[in-house]
Design a binder for this molecule. Structure first.
Ligand code: ZN
Length: 175
């Protein structure tokens, strides 16, 4: 396994539309392992392949809660070529963040429940109802596969402000 660099706003690769995974090759399995390592190291609860500069429709996730001792029982999940096939009219609001937009959090309103279809690491098709944090996280990550970021749901004023902040930081880092 290897840690990958997470690409950060305003990297334009974040706006790419990722391509479907045709077959789960050893390279894809390696990428999934690397994504888990990178996600746990960050730490984060979800990661799309494009965030490590791989434009493939591939997501890793772990929504396991920490207990009082701060220990977690890992629940690693992989979603290959995931799609939302139904969404509720009911909406819910969650404060979202993104490993590609570090230390920035804002409330986003999304469908409270979605039905998601995806392949697992063995290429088997699954369909699941997602609600709560799972629903928010899977919608956020699938957005990444389509070049969409959670800041796209904010007001233009807020979005412009965060873009400016990250553009300035990138310029400073390049100097
Ligand atoms: Zn994100």
């Amino acid at each position: 396994m290897a840690l990958k660099d997470i690409i950060i706003l305003p990297d334009t690769q974040l706006r790419l539309v990722s391509k479907p995974v045709e077959t789960v090759t050893p390279e894809v399995r390696q990428l999934v392992d690397d994504m888990f390592q990178t996600m746990y190291d960050a730490p984060g609860i979800g990661l799309a392949a494009i965030q490590v500069a791989q434009p493939l429709r591939l997501i890793t996730m772990d929504l396991a809660k920490r207990d009082e001792n701060g220990d977690t029982n890992p629940q690693p999940r992989v979603f290959i070529n995931p799609e939302i096939i139904a969404k509720s009219d009911e909406l819910s609001v969650y404060e979202e963040g993104c490993l590609s937009i570090p230390e920035y959090y804002e409330e986003v309103e999304r469908p409270a429940k979605v039905r998601v279809r995806f392949l697992d690491i063995n290429g088997k098709v699954h369909e699941e109802e997602a609600e709560g944090l799972y629903a928010t996280c899977i919608q956020h990550e699938i957005d990444h596969l389509n070049g969409v970021l959670f800041i796209d749901y904010l007001s233009k004023l807020k979005r412009d402000r965060v873009m400016k902040k990250f553009s300035k930081a990138a310029k400073r880092a390049a100097e």
